[in-house]
Structures are given as C-alpha cells and as structure tokens.
Design a protein around this ligand. Sequence first.
Ligand code: COA
Length: 181
Amino acid sequence: MKVAAPAAILTTKRLILRPFREEDDKDVFAYAKDDETTRYLTWPAHRDVAESAWAIRTFFLKPGVWAICKAEDEVCIGCIELRTGNDPVDFGYVLRKDLWGCGYMTEALRAVLDEAFAHLKLDKVTGAHEQGNNASASVMRKCGMHWFARKDHVQVSPVKFADMEYYEITEEQWNADRRRR
Ligand SMILES: CC(C)(COP(=O)(O)OP(=O)(O)OC[C@H]1O[C@@H](n2cnc3c(N)ncnc32)[C@H](O)[C@@H]1OP(=O)(O)O)[C@@H](O)C(=O)NCCC(=O)NCCS
C-alpha cells in the first residue's frame, strides 16, 4: 500500500520532531559515538563527526525521519524514524544517553504513532527490539503496543544477527488507549 508522506514537523509538550539538517552532524555524533547507545542498533558507533555527517546525508534527509529536539533550543538529541516503505510499517529510535529515563522517547513515539494513525491512516504499526533491550520494550508498552512474537537469530543488518521481540498496535487499539489517557 502506498503511504502518504508524514508531516515534516511534529510537536509534543516538551519536544519538537523536525527534519534533520546537515548542521546536526556534531549533535548526531554526540549520541552516535557511544558503544552502549548503539549496542542494540543495526549500526556500530560512529568514529568521527564526518561519519555522522555522512549518515545524515545518506539516511536522514527524507520524510519520516525526524531529529528529536527539546522544544526550548531545537538541538538534536536523538532520532526517530517511521519506515513507511516497510510492510507492515515499523519504526526505529535512539536518544542521547544522558537523557535516558526522562520519558522523552515515549513522548516522541506517541507523537509518531498519532501521525501514523490520525494523518497517514495506517491500520497497524509494528516495532522490534533485541532481547535484553528492556528500555525499548518499556517505551513500546507505555505507548500501548502489544508483544506478538519472538524470533531468534534474525539478520538485522548485513553483518549482524540478533534475537528479536516484536510488538504491534492497531489503529483501533491506539484510539482506545488514547481515550483512556
Ligand atoms: C530505548 C531508548 C530510546 C529509550 O529512551 P528513553 O527516552 O530513555 O525512554 P523513556 O524514558 O520514555 O522510557 C524508558 C523506560 O525504560 C525504563 N528502563 C530504562 N532502562 C531500563 C532497563 N535496563 N531495564 C528495564 N527498564 C529500563 C525506564 O525506567 C523507563 O520506564 P519508566 O518510565 O516506566 O520508568 C533509549 O534508551 C536509547 O536510545 N537506547 C539506545 C538505542 C536503542 O536501543 N534504541 C532502540 C532500538 S529497538
């Protein structure tokens, strides 16, 4: 199914999700350089700012990829992507380590799910995390997503295999959950 382009900017109480800019390279490097942050991701930590600049140019400058910024300064503190080309549509996210545990990614994912269901009219969105990535599991659960499968030894990149847990949420579940909040 062809999906419309997601909105360029999404706002929440504390965050602005905006398109990446080439000038975000140093701020991307600030989170992407850390091995603990990339432990459960499909790509290894960046070695220098030039690698972050290359990642921005190659992967981030397209609709559905947002720089997560605090509303007060618009400095990029992470990334969230809604992969509308995938069937079913899924997402990925990462946040700067010193800001973990403040509820920012839950806030960002809720905004992206709202965009997915209210604007893009998707029926379902899925998410996946590596076994052991309990913070990511918690974010998905807090956003009303439901676990539905586990698969071992999945090829998640050309060079990486991982044991994965899968979550999903339908438009109906999202709207019911939103009414409860
Ligand atoms: C996963 C990630 C995006 C979460 O972002 P965040 O802004 O810290 O998430 P939130 O604060 O909204 O929620 C995190 C929840 O996980 C909990 N948590 C954090 N570390 C945890 C751990 N090791 N075990 C269990 N729960 C954990 C937090 O307490 C919080 O739950 P709570 O609100 O009920 O207390 C962030 O940790 C990150 O960028 N990790 C590295 C990249 C990554 O793994 N991305 C996901 C790939 S699937």
